[in-house]
Design a binder for this molecule. Structure first.
Ligand code: CTP
Length: 539
């Protein structure tokens, strides 16, 4: 039997998985039965991108709103009729929690009668077999897949199939949905579904589409990976004008959209979690009038999308202004500014910036400046014991990166000279092994030689420490750098390479630090053996 919990865990992003756990915890505390349903299950099983999380509860999810808010979720909307809660969970995870329900259609064109139901009944009111599955997230049955219409088999056969003959008549928005899924997945309609689809089209069932369903379908376009393709297919099938009479593929800024999707992929590859939906809507409707755009927005149930879409240009202008001001006067400042900006704004501005300086700064941020990170001498930093275990490591790494970005560390030698004072003191040497009498004698005999070597090293260090020190010429070098200067004298072979290298290149400052600390550490090492030496002479 397939392990769907395992499949879910490996297919969801870490943030989506945290979202599942959070919803599960809230439902468990409220003693409400919870299922992951619809598109999320379809995408988990089929291997496609999981765009959002659809949950269904046996109970009223609107009652859980406070709990979700307390857990850091944003409420993006509510549907009082279906008692659905639209959420943005922490980590920008889109989710919808609906009440398990039956929908009874008494008359064509009239909204259905809605009543609370069990999950089994709820699955029967759904659009396609591949969307009519539920995964239990409840103690005792967690991982059990409810698949009453053989959705898994249709995923394997790559078919879009309605659950019954009246499906399109009951909910004509399914005509649009069938087209959208067929375009997205390249899954054809199953033969009988196609016949019913054709008949529904001929009989103009679409006239009876619910207003709410139109808004829902408009918003769904914002989350497509290839929205222009979907728009074109919808147009060919005559459904686009249902969403808005003046919408057509000619109203789309195809170049802008293509560049947006390309830049989005680039950002995803860099590790950004970026939601392009508002920008997608901007380009899909680029050549529609303001009034038509307002009409479209008014119908969308998720207000978070509407607001983000409405404000995207103003927010981008603000960021562009900051990018031309003092805040972005140097590459390091620009880096910090863009690092704290919302990825969605960087994405949008990357595609729409008119000023050359703004476009170039974003381009550098996404490409050239990343390569500067490769100049951070990680190997030598490890040798200097500047590793992520150090509490100060993030700051040191950040500072060196900033200096490299601004061209203040122009060579490896200069970089090492900057880094060296941050090297932590070496760990204390391990205690000497316990030995028997004979062993002690041998060890005592060996010690003077070791001590002599250490003393010699200490002397060498002392001599060099007389070299005058010069400050490192970097404005951003932390003031504590001198205090932390304790090179690893007990592990000279580890530090020798970069340290000597830096000294040779004329780093008076680092040289002074190195030699002073080295001599201190070396004299520490020589103290103990020297006493032992005296004792053994007495004997
Ligand atoms: N649903 C339905 N009929 C509709 C709309 C939705 O049966 N007219 C059901 C389907 O089970 C669907 C689920 O509600 O899977 C969630 O709807 P929605 O988020 O619109 O669709 P997804 O399948 O999640 O599709 P997408 O991948 O586009 O988000």
């Amino acid at each position: 039997m397939a392990d769907y919990i395992y499949t879910m865990e490996i297919r969801l992003t870490p943030d989506q998985m945290k979202g599942v756990n959070l919803v599960q915890e809230i439902a468990r505390t409220a003693e409400i039965t919870l299922y992951l349903t619809g598109g999320a299950i379809r995408d988990i099983i089929s291997g496609y991108t999981i765009r959002d999380l659809d949950f269904t509860v046996q109970g009223n999810p609107l009652k859980l709103q406070k709990e979700f808010e307390r857990a850091g979720a944003q409420i993006a909307g509510r549907d009082e009729d279906t008692r659905a809660l639209f959420l943005v969970l922490p980590g920008n995870v889109r989710a919808e929690i609906s009440m398990a329900r039956t929908e009874t259609y008494e008359k064509v064109g009239k909204p259905p009668l809605i009543a609370p139901s069990s999950i089994q009944e709820d699955l029967r009111r759904r659009d396609f077999t591949v969307n009519a599955m539920a995964l239990s997230l409840n103690e005792g049955s967690r991982g059990l897949l409810l698949d009453p219409f053989n959705g898994v088999a249709d995923i394997e056969a790559k078919l879009v199939r309605i659950l019954h003959n009246y499906s399109f008549a009951e909910d004509p928005s399914r005509l649009i949905r069938a087209t959208r899924f067929a375009a997205r997945f390249h899954w054809p309609l199953e033969e009988r579904t196609q016949q019913r689809y054709n008949a529904a089209k001929e009989n103009n069932y679409i006239e009876h589409i619910a207003r709410g369903a139109i808004g829902h379908e408009i918003a769904q376009l914002a989350h497509e990976d290839d929205p222009l393709n979907v728009i074109r297919v919808l147009e060919r099938e005559d459904w686009l004008k249902v969403l808005h009479p003046r919408w057509s593929s000619a109203k789309v800024d195809a170049n802008g959209l293509a560049l947006l999707m390309k830049t989005r992929q680039q950002m995803v590859d860099l590790g950004y979690s970026v939601d392009p939906s508002a920008a997608v809507m901007h380009f899909l409707t680029a050549r529609l009038s303001d009034k038509d755009i307002s009409d479209l927005r008014r119908q969308i149930p998720r207000k978070d999308l509407v607001e983000a879409w409405r404000d995207i240009e103003d927010h981008a202008k603000e960021l562009a202004k900051r990018l031309t001001g003092k805040e972005a006067a140097t590459p390091s400042r620009t880096w910090n500014l863009l690092s704290s900006a919302r990825p969605e704004m960087i994405l949008f501005l990357a595609v729409t910036a008119r000023q050359q300086t703004v476009a170039q700064k974003i381009k550098n941020f996404l490409t050239k400046w990343r390569d500067v990170q490769k100049k951070i001498p990680l190997l030598e930093m490890t040798e200097l014991l500047i590793t992520p275990q150090l509490p100060t490591y993030p700051k040191i790494a950040h500072d060196v990166f900033m200096l490299l970005l601004d061209g203040k560390l122009r060579s490896r030698t200069e970089t090492l000279r900057f880094l060296k004072p941050f090297a932590p003191p070496p760990p204390p040497p391990p205690p000497p092994p316990r030995r028997g009498r004979a062993g002690k004698a041998t060890a005592a005999g060996a010690q003077p030689a070791e001590a002599a070597e250490s003393t010699a090293k200490g002397k060498r260090g002392k001599g060099k420490s007389e070299t005058p020190a010069a400050p490192v010429s970097t404005a951003q070098a932390p003031s504590s750098s001198g205090a932390k200067t304790k090179p690893a004298a007990a592990k000279p072979e580890a530090t020798a390479k970069p340290v000597v290298h830096a000294a040779k290149a004329g780093s008076k400052h680092s040289h002074a630090h190195k030699t002073a600390s080295k001599s201190k550490a070396a004299s520490k090492l020589t103290k103990k053996p020297a006493r032992k030496k005296a004792k053994s002479r007495k004997r």
